[in-house]
Design a protein around this ligand. Structure first.
Ligand code: HAM
Length: 423
């Protein structure tokens, strides 16, 4: 019978790799909590309308990449393609505005986009996502990018850079839109069908088009940054100044528009040239109108998401992490010893130690080989003779020394030794 494979573009994360995921999550939690972000977990399924209204009807994510379907009741649902709209929905639904302490949230989990899978691009991928509500001050824009930089530094990630831009407010966009449409009309008929259509629906999206020809045609196009209003320019100027004061390096990229429609003013991306076509490790920005558009209070918001697969691919380049070592392996010979060994293994685990044993009655030699393979630092050898004397052999796998130890109180003794191993 043909074995069933996982869905294309959706990957298993196997134990050999999970250490990377745990390390990244641990570092993320530590830094986010320091900056006052608290964890929130929302469902992976939401009403389709949330993303259509939140992300924008004429974005690639909504037009082409959503896993959307009707359930048995006929309701339109979608697997979340990103987390921002969901976190905003939860904030509104639970009236979290009333919480005096926490207005900053983070969430870590899978997202789903129907894209063509390749290295660094998957249909189920994972994001570390941070969102802060209620604050319009440019200090926060700079702080969130600074936090991102600290996080990447703490992980030892090199070779990435921060690109920033301002997309202005709806007011500055209105006048810019006309200028851009005029430019697009001059080249009408030369863009891809999507961009031709975008000219009348959402012209700014053309900058986000993946077709090279369109990008070439846009190389002389006027950019939004040059026509933002004085308020937006002052906001952006302050963001840049704060970044400089915190020694967080950045480059202004006026052509970066981001792929989601909710952004305004500050937008940013962490980019790399070490992942082939997938050059964005993370991205984010301000979305002051989103909360209102989703039926909530008119509060500003800003946030970002890091793609965990891409981050881990980068961290793995030229680096390895040792798998976790089991502390104790119990090797037993004979039925009585196996029985005793089984109980000892459970006793060790109850004391919080990682313990393994052989359940298949193999030879001592093959049990020792297994102990070596699982990386045990100590092995307890229980043979018939030792058992009869109420003793066991304790082997130190690091210096290969072996001593006889009493079985009574052995679990406690091993616990003490494990503490010493860690020193
Ligand atoms: P985004 O730029 O669409 O932003 O995605 C953020 C990151 O998710 C990307 O930079 C990339 O690393 C990763 N990513 C996206 N699609 C895939 C994929 N198919 N396979 C692997 N990784 C992928 C957002 O999602 C916004 N919600 C970020 C945000 C939060 N803005 C404000 N708050």
């Amino acid at each position: 019978m043909e074995p069933i494979q996982a869905v294309k573009g959706m990957n298993d994360i196997l134990p050999a790799e999970i250490v990377w995921w745990q390390r990244v999550e641990e570092a993320a939690r530590a830094i986010l909590e320091t900056f006052g972000y608290r964890e929130i977990r929302t469902p992976v399924l939401e009403k389709l309308d949330l993303f259509v209204r939140g992300i924008g009807e004429s974005t690639d994510v909504v037009e082409k990449e959503m896993y959307a379907f009707t359930d048995r009741h006929g309701d339109w649902l979608a697997l979340r393609p990103e987390a921002t709209a969901s976190v905003v929905r939860a904030y509104i639904q639970h009236n979290l505005q009333a919480d005096p302490v926490c207005q900053k949230f983070y969430t870590i989990g899978p997202m789903f986009r129907y894209e063509r899978p390749q290295k660094g691009r998957y249909r189920q991928f994972h994001q570390i996502n941070a969102e802060a509500f209620g604050m319009d001050d440019p200090m926060l824009d700079a702080e969130i990018m600074h936090m991102l930089r600290l996080f990447l530094e703490r992980l030892g990630l090199a070779g990435v850079s921060l690109n920033i831009n301002s997309l202005g407010c709806p007011e500055c966009r209105k006048s810019y839109r006309d200028t851009l449409v005029k430019y697009l009309e001059v080249h009408a008929g030369q863009f891809c069908p999507d961009c031709e259509r975008r000219r009348s629906t959402n012209p700014l999206r053309a900058f986000d088009c993946k077709v090279e020809r369109c990008q070439q045609l846009l190389s002389d196009a006027p950019v939004l940054l040059e026509s933002i209003c004085p308020d937006c320019a002052a906001h952006f100027g302050a963001v840049k100044r704060y970044l400089e004061e915190m020694n967080t390096p950045f480059a202004v990229n006026p052509r970066m528009v981001r792929g989601l429609d909710y952004y305004m003013r500050t937008t940013f991306e962490i980019i790399t040239d070490r992942l082939g076509a997938q050059n964005a490790v993370g991205g984010g920005g301000r979305y002051n109108g989103l909360m209102r558009d989703l039926g909530g209070p008119d509060l500003p918001g800003i946030g970002f998401a890091i793609g965990m697969e891409r981050l881990i691919l980068l961290l793995q380049q030229g680096n390895s992490i040792q798998g976790r070592r089991a502390h104790v392996f119990v090797a037993a010979l004979g039925e009585a010893a196996r029985h005793r060994g089984f109980l000892l293994t459970q006793e060790l685990r109850a004391l919080g130690m990682e313990a393994e044993m052989d359940y298949e009655g193999r030879s001592l030699k093959s049990q020792m080989r297994r102990a070596d393979k699982v990386g045990a630092s100590r092995v307890i050898i229980l043979g018939e003779n030792e058992m009869a004397r109420g003793e066991a052999q304790l082997r130190n796998m690091t210096d290969k020394s072996q001593t006889l130890v009493p079985l009574d109180g052995l679990a406690g003794e091993l616990k003490r030794l494990a503490g010493e191993d860690l020193k």
